[in-house]
Design a protein around this ligand. Structure first.
Ligand code: GRF
Length: 203
């Protein structure tokens, strides 16, 4: 059994896509245990409650591991442990401390709205448009100590059209994110992700 913890900071549409997928496909092996938000009163918290998942807000001025320690405490209280847990970052707007990453080594995933390693960090859709790329997309990767730099699990591409705006492009990328993230959670639950250095082999 994989115990799932989801970390959010806002809208929570990726969280919702994972929770919907788990509900509809009854993946017996994954149990969503807790949704933690770094911000109070965000839309994602209401969505999680609708699914009957416990929620917790960890919003304070602590930094680095001092903050993350609190997150780890909550995760472990809900049995999302380094042995049996998976932590999904879904629009979580904080950088993780090295201690957090090491505690859950290759058990933390993130979704990013570009084809990494292009356009890491914030505003990736805008960066892609400004750069003039013809193809962009989204990536799910394991989290390492860098910024959006961990081993890539899977990606989906999106064609950029000449009349795309930030909004139209972001919407089309988001549609693909909602397919990609649940798929990666499923692969993890089936123990099909083999990490070999930078490469993730899907067995
Ligand atoms: C998504 O675009 C995701 O790729 C990025 O932040 C956004 C979160 O959206 N990391 P949501 O909160 O899941 O709706």
């Amino acid at each position: 059994m994989i115990n799932l913890g989801i970390l959010i900071s806002g809208r929570g549409s990726n969280m919702e896509s994972i929770l919907n997928f788990l509900k509809e496909n009854a993946i017996a092996d994954v149990c969503p245990k807790i949704v933690i938000s770094s911000k109070p009163e965000v839309e994602g918290l209401k969505k999680a409650t609708k699914f009957g998942i416990p929620t917790k807000v960890v919003s304070n001025n602590l930094k680095g591991w001092n903050y993350d320690k609190e997150i780890v405490n909550v995760l472990q209280k809900y049995e999302v442990n380094p042995e049996n847990g998976l932590v999904c970052l879904a629009g979580y707007m904080r950088l993780l401390s090295p201690e957090f990453v090491r505690t859950y080594k290759m058990r933390i995933m993130n979704i990013h709205p570009s084809l990494l390693p292009s356009f890491p960090g914030l505003n990736s859709q805008k960066k892609a448009l400004d750069y003039g790329v013809k193809v962009t997309g989204c990536s799910v990767h394991f989290v390492d100590e860098g910024l959006d730099s961990g081993p890539i699990i899977a990606q989906k591409h999106v064609i950029v059209s000449d009349n795309d705006t930030y909004e139209t492009l972001s919407d089309r990328i988001l549609e693909q994110e909602h397919i990609l993230y649940p798929y990666c959670v499923k692969l993890f639950s089936e123990r099909r992700l083999l990490v070999e250095g930078r490469k993730v082999v899907i067995t």
